[in-house]
Ligand binder design. Structure first.
Ligand code: HEM
Length: 505
């Protein structure tokens, strides 16, 4: 069977070489394509640049080829944008033209070919999904409704860490407890549900399936089948696993969360809007016929991937930087003690009165951007950018990390120095008012979750620093901050052990 496949693949490969040469000859005459390394037939630049197109490798390419460059990855065109002005052009000025998303064979499976919101093309479906999700998730009213819940979750983290004798001596992997907290923060909003402990069996199943989903989607392992379609048959095993994970995951959302909420809604009067959780609003939209049952499931899927890990990674990076910069940690603690009073636990409204805390968060999101290339954009039709022709359906990567870490635009960008956001960069906000700093993107496809992420970051980091001295484990001077990137994600490679010494007030 595999021999037949191989024969077919080789024949297909030969045919593709002929077609690719013919097409490139024709195209080369007509189009003014962005610069980039010279492609070879069929493979394009894939063999030259490899699989790992992370933010650092792409910034090296940008230094060689310029602020806009084209990579041919097999059959796919990949355009990399590396200047603030071109980023603004893609995300804002030509936001409609470049407002779609590329998917690939794996994302097609996990999103039901774009029945979700994050990976759907720019158009009617996206507009409807974004509108339906705004009221239940992305308004200040939601923040006010749930902030007490986030404060409660952070207080429970503090209590659990204080109760663990290991935390103050040999240290603990703090991330594990913070992960439970982030699930609870989001599951309270979505389903009015929380998980009692890290051992809760439902939480364990959910975490395992979400973890598998992220690993499978962010891996580079399947690139070959995505770039060179005739090799796709070799991906059958991989795609089968993706389909199984997807089915099991959506079934879990349905059986344990959505059905329960539907049953509650049928027994309880839901006319009191105050008692509604996000999914009740989404189910209302389904009842009205605005979206279907699958769309509801994909909304739950999107929140699970877009909200929980991204915020958790940012918290984890902030802690790592604060442990490695004790003087910054102490300065933050002094601000909390001075503004709030020693031991007075930070709440959401306080976060606005703490400029150094805000600066620490901004600096973490600058140096350690969770989504350093944004979520890939795409132009549905042929377009023009920076004086070049961009063929339809190109994948557009905006290297937001490089925009925020390019020494031409920032003073000593490699340093973790929150002070920059109180001094020379005091006017720069995370919401995208400056195109050099776009940790949440900007424009139509920008992150709507910023409104929740920033207060959650403030409350969590604030409470940890108020209540503990955070240190590396015994015998270690610094935490290892090596990075692990994926298709477009960035997190810390090693989930460090951290010593949390309780403060006495
Ligand atoms: C620190 C935490 C977070 C970071 C750094 C982050 C970053 C981003 C980025 C860079 C994008 C893509 C922007 C673009 O492609 O132009 C994005 C999209 C998105 N984010 Fe976030 N995000 C975070 C938290 C959240 C949270 C808490 C939620 C939900 C509650 C959320 C929901 C979304 C959604 C739904 C999209 C897709 C928007 C669209 O395609 O229209 N994010 N996020």
């Amino acid at each position: 069977m595999d021999l037949v496949l191989l024969e077919k693949a080789l024949l297909g490969l030969f045919a593709s070489v002929v077609v690719a040469i013919a097409v490139s000859k024709l195209r080369g005459k007509r189009l003014r394509l962005p610069p980039g390394p010279l492609p070879v037939p069929v493979f394009g630049n894939w063999l030259q640049v490899g699989d790992d197109l992370n933010h650092r490798n792409l910034s090296t390419l940008a230094r060689r080829f310029g602020d806009i460059l084209l990579l041919r990855m097999g059959q796919r065109n990949l355009v990399v944008v590396s200047s603030p002005s071109l980023a603004r052009e893609v995300l804002h000025t030509q936001g409609v033209e470049f407002g779609s998303r590329t998917r690939n064979v794996v994302f097609d499976i996990f999103t039901g070919k774009g029945q979700d919101m994050v990976f759907t093309v720019y158009g009617e479906h996206w507009r409807k999904m974004r509108r339906i999700m705004t009221v239940p998730f992305f308004t200040n009213k939601v923040v006010q409704q749930y902030r007490a819940g986030w404060e409660d979750e952070a207080a429970r983290v503090i209590a659990d860490v204080k109760a663990d004798p290991k935390a103050a001596t040999e240290g603990i992997v703090l991330r594990r407890r913070l992960q439970l907290m982030m699930y609870n923060n989001m599951y309270r909003i979505m389903f009015d549900r929380r998980f009692e402990s890290e051992e809760d069996p439902l939480f364990l199943r959910l975490r395992a399936l979400n973890g598998e989903r992220s690993r499978l989607a962010q891996s580079f392992e399947y690139n070959y089948g995505d770039f060179i379609p005739i090799l796709r048959p070799f991906l059958r095993g991989y795609l089968k696993i993706c389909k199984e994970v997807k089915e099991r995951r959506l079934q879990l959302f349905k059986d344990y969360f959505l059905e329960e909420r539907k049953n509650l809604a049928s027994t309880k009067p839901t006319d009191n809007a105050g008692l509604k959780c996000a999914i009740d609003h989404i189910l209302d939209a389904e009842k009205k016929g605005e979206i279907n049952e699958d769309n509801v499931l994909y909304i739950v899927e999107n929140i699970n991937v877009a909200a929980i890990e991204t915020t958790l990674w940012s918290i984890e990076w902030a802690i790592a930087e604060l442990v490695n910069h004790p003087e910054i940690q102490q300065k933050l603690r002094n601000e909390l003690d001075t503004v709030l009073g020693p031991g007075v636990q930070i709440t959401e409204p306080d976060t606005h009165k703490l400029p150094y805390l805000q600066a620490v968060i901004k600096e973490t999101l600058r140096l350690r951007m969770a989504i350093p290339l944004l979520v890939p954009h795409m132009n549905l039709h042929d377009a023009r950018l920076g004086g070049y022709d961009i063929p339809a359906e190109s994948k557009i990567l905006v290297n937001a990390w490089w925009l925020a870490n390019n020494p031409d635009n920032w003073k000593k960008p490699e340093e973790f120095r929150p002070e920059r956001f109180l001094q020379e960069e005091a006017k720069v906000e995370a919401s995208g008012n400056d195109s050099r700093y776009l940790p949440f993107g900007v424009g139509r496809r920008s992150c709507p979750g910023i409104i929740l992420a920033l207060p959650i970051l403030g409350i969590t980091i604030g409470r940890l620093v108020q209540n503990f001295e955070l240190l590396p484990p015994p015998g270690q001077k610094k935490l290892d901050t090596a990075e692990k990137g994926g298709q477009f994600s960035l997190h810390i490679l090693k989930h460090s052990t951290i010593v949390a010494k309780p403060r006495v007030f």
